[in-house]
Structure formats: C-alpha cells, structure tokens
Design a protein around this ligand. Structure first.
Ligand code: ADP
Ligand code: C5P
Ligand code: MG
Length: 190
C-alpha cells in the first residue's frame, strides 16, 4: 500500500485485518518500534524520520523480514504498508525480501494534499497516536519526499502493470469496499 502522508493507508489496512484476517505490516510503525526499543539504529531512524526522508533499506527490509518470520509467514498474505517508498527501498525489496516474497500488485491511495493535511491534523490531535513527525515543519518535508521519491516508485510499478489506483478522498468505508472488491477479483478474499 502506498499513498501520501495521511492518505489512509493504516486505516484501510486495519479495516482489512478486522474483516478479512490479513496481517498488516507498516514499515513506518516497524521503524518507530525499532527506534523506541533502544536499538543502536535508533538515532539514525529518528533523525531520518524528523527530516522526512527515507531510512536506508537494509534496516527497513530486515525489520519486515524479521516481522514476517516471527509471524510464521508461510502461506500468509501480508498487507505491506509504506514500502517500497523510494528506489533504494525497491532495490532492497528485491535483494532482501525478493527470495521469499511475491508482490502481486500495489494499491495506491490517491488523495489531494488538502485532504491529507486535514487528516494529519486530526491524527496529530489524537493523543493515542502522537508522532514526532506529525507537525507542519516535518510534514512539508514528507510531502517533498513523497513527490520526489515515492511517485517514481508508482511509475516503476505502473510500467509493470501492477498499480491499482484508488480514490482515497472518499470515506474510509468506501475506500475499504473498493479495495475489498479488488482483493476479491484477485482471489485474496472469497
Ligand atoms: P496513513 O497511514 O496513510 O498516514 P492513516 O490511516 O493513519 O494514514 O490516517 C490518517 C488520519 O486520517 C487518521 O486520523 C484516520 O483516522 C483518518 N482517516 C483515514 N482514512 C480516512 C478516510 N477515508 N476518511 C476520513 N478520515 C480518514
Ligand atoms: O508510513 P509512515 O507515515 O508511518 O512513515 C513515517 C516515516 O517513517 C516516513 O516519513 C519515513 O521517514 C519513515 N519511513 C521510511 N521508510 C519506509 C517507511 C517509512 O523511512 N519504507
Ligand atoms: Mg500509517
């Protein structure tokens, strides 16, 4: 799942987990958990997050690999949220996860900047999901990174015919239903 900051990736994945039993892995959440665990990589992860940039892929891909293994990954279908997010992520995806993982398609949540800003403001006001990058200063940099680094990833997978474009400006139930229909078409949901 890709989409700009606040486009609704996490919300969509939670709905799909709740209703259809997928396993959700958010690259951003794995990075925040690694940072908060006191890992030696914590400072690098935190400074990268605060600069709105993308963490070197060896860290992120290995966190995903470990999480999948710990969850007992054989035969499971994972919703991978926020990865691969730039060309470095794509290279590491192939190198580190490629031998084990098949990515049939990418769901891209298309959303206006105005909507994303509104949603991030709402998230920032919810104390349960407090993040040190949900502020105006970092958000500007996250949008820059999204346009400069993530959009080329969408174009790369588009050329391979793997992108499913979703209008994510709609309500969460509408977005989820559209994606459920796609997953049904691909036989990931009966
Ligand atoms: P992302 O993971 O893409 O950054 P989230 O799923 O965390 O985005 O959503 C950001 C905020 O927007 C959250 O507060 C969430 O409740 C809200 N939200 C997500 N999807 C929608 C939607 N389709 N309509 C309205 N609000 C939404
Ligand atoms: O997806 P999420 O909004 O949780 O990502 C938060 C931050 O985590 C990103 O802005 C980026 O700094 C970092 N991240 C990353 N590489 C990824 C996913 C997230 O560096 N593949
Ligand atoms: Mg998220």
């Amino acid at each position: 799942m890709l989409g700009g900051p606040g486009s609704g990736k996490g919300t969509l994945c939670s709905d799909l987990v709740r209703d259809h039993g997928f396993v959700h892995l958010s690259a951003g959440e794995l990075l925040r958990a690694e940072r908060d665990s006191g890992s030696p990589q914590g400072d690098l992860i935190n400074s990268t997050i605060l600069s709105g940039k993308i963490v070197p892929v060896d860290i992120t891909a290995n966190l995903l690999l470990t999480a999948m293994k710990n969850l007992g990954w054989t035969q499971k279908t994972f919703l991978i949220d926020g990865f691969p997010r730039n060309y470095d992520n794509c290279e590491g995806f192939e190198r580190i996860l490629g031998p084990f993982v098949n990515m049939p398609f990418m769901i891209f949540l298309e959303c206006t900047k105005e909507t994303m800003i509104k949603r991030i403001s709402k998230r920032a006001s919810e104390s349960t999901t407090l993040r040190n990058d949900d502020n105006d200063q970092v958000l500007i940099k996250r949008f820059d990174t999204f346009h400069a680094e993530t959009m080329p990833v969408i174009e790369k997978y588009e050329k391979e015919g793997k992108v499913q474009y979703i209008d994510a400006n709609r309500s969460a139930p509408e977005v989820t239903q559209t994606v459920v229909n796609i997953l049904k078409e691909h036989k990931y949901i009966q």
